[in-house]
Design a protein around this ligand. Structure first.
Ligand SMILES: Cc1cc2nc3c(=O)[nH]c(=O)nc-3n(C[C@H](O)[C@H](O)[C@H](O)COP(=O)(O)OP(=O)(O)OC[C@H]3O[C@@H](n4cnc5c(N)ncnc54)[C@H](O)[C@@H]3O)c2cc1C
Length: 467
């Protein structure tokens, strides 16, 4: 089966006809707002769709799908627009933008939330934290709930409560033929299995229903920094310290140049640093006790690990990943922080040149690894650590060198690669998508794709081809 043929010209009369029933905005290249709405988070992506359909609800989504089919248009689907490789926008064809779908309904009694597809993580946290509740999600507030959830969802409370998908109760999906179906453990269970990790391959999810967990509202959290040259000894200590830590503790180790933020002393700005950022998803006093050994190890140059609102902690990394910079990521999972892995981290971290390049080394495990691996399409529950190697620059200037640095770091880790998180892939080809799911799950996902999207109408994603 081949993808829907791509058309470059769009039939203006047909668009006018669509507009008559479409509740949202239809944006064409000459319209004001076109450049705003075609932009995605990654500034290195510059694509020009022929039409942007800014959907306000299920009816608009169905109309957009019907229109794209009738016009043989290639389709990109956008939730929060944070796909690292920019898969949520296309050249020519039609962009189905779910951004206006911002509905959030929290039920504090039932501890559930219904969330529409255009909601960002910070918007959801704002509503749930009002009641001391949360959906386990990611670590940058302007990321979309939709794309993050459909790939799995890793974040600060996952070691206690599992991935985002582990708290997903049901989804409403508009399939490639425009049908609205519900999927849950009891209804279309095969589809529910697939959307929990399989990305946007099977349809457009318009609504998510989550179970809520208790978090905060205060947590003990934040980064502790050491000079980069201390990274090997800090990492060896860290490896032993987290070996039997409670599930409440989640950490991300970071390598970068110290950013020019008001909280960073001027003499440290631009220096290579190694940080361990922590979040303790339990009582603050307990967190203070558990985190004391980290804070007292060696000679930290900065320590921002302290009691704070969970909402504040959730935005810790926001200033490092604003919209519009040029971003490139390479990612892999490793089983353990062996001495060889630590040597690679120390070596490549010391070569960071760009002030906006960084790596995040995620501590996995806890509840994530205890959930039955077969229960969802997400793969990699047994990963020890996930590397997110970000070769970034503020503009196109110097971007090639940063990308090369990220590739070199990633290649040096190759002997230790296990799996890879699908949401941290660039456009790396079918083999890498297969690596992300493992052979057995990949075959099952292909069968599901044949059932729900046999013509590969939804192809702009980490694509699972039906044939
Ligand atoms: C700054 C930054 C921080 C991140 N932090 C984390 C993190 O902490 N944890 C984590 O797990 N991941 C993280 N990620 C990765 C993130 O989960 C993925 O990039 C995710 O795809 C973003 O979702 P989105 O809706 O913003 O993206 P989009 O670019 O809108 O979409 C991504 C993909 O999902 C598809 N899609 C989007 N919405 C729908 C929908 N409603 N129905 C069907 N398909 C849809 C799109 O077509 C596209 O293929 C981060 C990414 C960035 C850029």
């Amino acid at each position: 089966m081949s993808p829907v043929a791509q058309r470059t010209e769009i039939d203006g009369v047909a668009v006018d006809e669509l507009q008559k029933s479409f509740r949202g905005e239809l944006v064409r290249p000459d319209d004001a707002g076109y450049d705003v709405h075609r932009r995605v988070w990654n500034g290195s992506i510059d694509r020009r769709p022929a039409l942007i359909a800014r959907c306000t609800g299920v009816a608009d989504v169905r109309a957009a799908i019907r229109f794209a089919r009738s016009q043989n248009l290639r389709v990109a689907v956008r939730g929060g627009g944070h796909s690292f490789p920019g898969l949520s926008v296309c050249d020519d064809g039609m962009l189905i933008d779910l951004g206006p779908m911002k509905g959030i309904r929290v039920d504090p009694e039932a501890r559930t939330a219904r969330v529409q597809a255009g909601v960002l993580l910070g918007e959801l946290d704002r509503e749930t934290q009002e009641f001391g509740l949360a959906v386990p999600s990611g670590v940058v507030t302007h990321t979309g709930v939709a794309g993050l959830t459909l790939g799995g969802g890793i974040g600060w409370v996952m070691r206690k409560y599992g991935l985002t998908i582990d708290q997903l109760l049901s989804v409403d999906v508009v399939t490639a033929d425009g049908e609205l179906v519900k999927a849950s453990e009891n209804e279309n269970a095969d589809l529910f299995w697939g959307v929990r990790g399989g990305g946007g391959n099977f349809g457009i999810v318009t609504d998510f229903e989550f179970r809520l967990v208790s978090v905060g509202p205060y947590v003990m959290a934040g980064p502790v920094f050491w000079p980069m040259e201390d990274a090997p000894e800090v990492l060896r200590f860290y490896r032993d310290w987290i070996a039997d830590c409670p599930d409440e503790l989640m950490t991300i180790a970071v390598q970068r140049r110290a950013p020019a933020l008001p909280i960073v002393p001027p003499e440290l700005v631009g220096k290579l640093v190694f940080a361990v950022t922590a979040c303790y998803a339990g009582p603050v006093e307990e967190g203070e006790r558990v985190l004391r050994p980290l804070k007292e190890f060696g000679s930290p140059v900065l320590d921002f690990c302290r009691p704070k609102p969970f909402l504040e902690h959730q935005s810790t990394f926001d200033p490092s990943f604003p919209h519009g910079w040029h971003y490139y990521v390479r990612s892999c999972d490793v089983a353990a922080l062996s001495d060889e892995v630590i040597d690679i981290v120390a070596e490549h971290g010391s070569h960071i040149t760009s002030p906006v390049t960084s790596i995040a080394l995620w501590q996995m495990g806890g509840a994530v690894g205890r959930i039955d691996d077969g229960a969802t399409a997400f793969n990699g529950r047994q990963a020890g650590f996930t590397f997110n190697i970000n070769g970034n620059s503020k503009t196109a200037d110097g971007f090639d060198a940063e990308r090369q640095w990220a590739r070199d770091y990633w290649s040096a880790l190759a002997p230790h690669h296990t799996s890879v998180y699908v949401n941290f892939l660039m456009e790396e080809g079918e083999e890498r998508v297969r690596d992300a799911y493992g052979a057995a799950k990949y075959d099952r996902l292909k069968a599901l794709k044949r059932k729900y999207d046999p013509t590969n109408f939804f192809s702009l994603n980490q694509n699972i081809k039906p044939d």
